[in-house]
Design a protein around this ligand. Structure first.
Ligand code: ADP
Ligand code: MG
Length: 235
């Protein structure tokens, strides 16, 4: 069992002569079994922080660690394998394959990892069922609602039985009942499999499903809820 650890991570972007301090000196440990909520206003650096944890971005300074490895220093090939095998990643924009069925979208990481189509589909089916899409296996994303697409992305993140969950606003397109189901699913997976989970969210309901809450503001992290943000979201 391994924690996700960010140590003094800085990621700045140049922007027309200025510097955007997307992530500005963040240290955070997410322990096995806990789902941690990360709140923050738009542009506060949440997605950047998640992409750093996923090895999609390298920090300017500081480091990211998981499973005894420094994720921020993996060669590109190993970084891709880390995401495919170790991480359950839900992107804010889903990134589904438009021409593929819900089932094949959910199975894509397994296929990329060399599993046969039949076996990959077999393994993906129960995950689509768990997110309430048992009757939608053959539908392509274009024929599904935003909420259904979001749930395919969640199933896809879980099919490889990840050792780390990184989810970017995974309930952003769901009604409150579906959101609660998905939040409970993510919490249960972290608990049952004793894996760390990081949940970037605006969803006020997320608080009751998570072990700890952090707020990001202008790239700076602090534990607990920012009063201003709590008011804005009626938390
Ligand atoms: N590739 C990029 N180039 C330049 N600026 C970026 C880039 N990605 C994000 N930013 C900036 O970094 C800040 C944090 O962005 P982001 O991590 O997407 O925030 P959030 O997910 O909280 O909305 C924003 O000001 C955004 O405009
Ligand atoms: Mg974002």
């Amino acid at each position: 069992m391994s924690s996700l650890e960010l140590r003094k991570v800085i990621k700045h972007y140049p922007s027309g002569g200025e510097t955007v301090r997307a992530v500005d000196g963040v240290s955070l440990s997410v322990h096995p079994g806990e789902l941690v909520a990360l709140y923050g206003p738009s542009g506060s650096g949440k997605t950047t922080l998640l992409e750093l944890a996923a090895g999609l971005l390298a920090p300017d300074t500081g480091s990211v660690h998981f499973g005894g490895r420094e994720i921020s220093r993996l060669p590109p090939g190993d970084s891709a394998i880390y995401r495919r095998r170790d991480v359950g990643l839900v992107f804010q924009a889903f990134h589904l394959i438009s021409g593929a069925s819900a089932l094949d979208n959910a199975a894509v990481k397994l296929l990329a990892d060399g599993m046969t189509l039949r076996k990959a589909r077999e393994q993906a089916r129960p995950w689509l069922e768990r997110v309430g899409l048992g009757a939608r296996f053959d539908h392509t994303p274009a024929r599904l609602s935003m909420g259904e697409r979001q749930r395919i992305a969640i199933a896809r993140a879980l099919v490889n039985e990840p050792r780390l969950l990184l989810t970017d606003e995974p309930t952003g397109n769901l009604d409150s009942k579906r959101s609660r189901e998905i939040l409970a699913l993510l919490r249960d997976i972290c608990e049952e499999r004793e894996i760390p989970g990081l949940l970037v969210t605006h969803d006020p309901q997320a608080i009751s499903f998570t072990s700890r809450v952090f707020t990001l503001r202008d790239g700076r992290l602090r534990e607990g809820l920012d009063a201003e943000l709590a008011l804005a979201h009626s938390l």
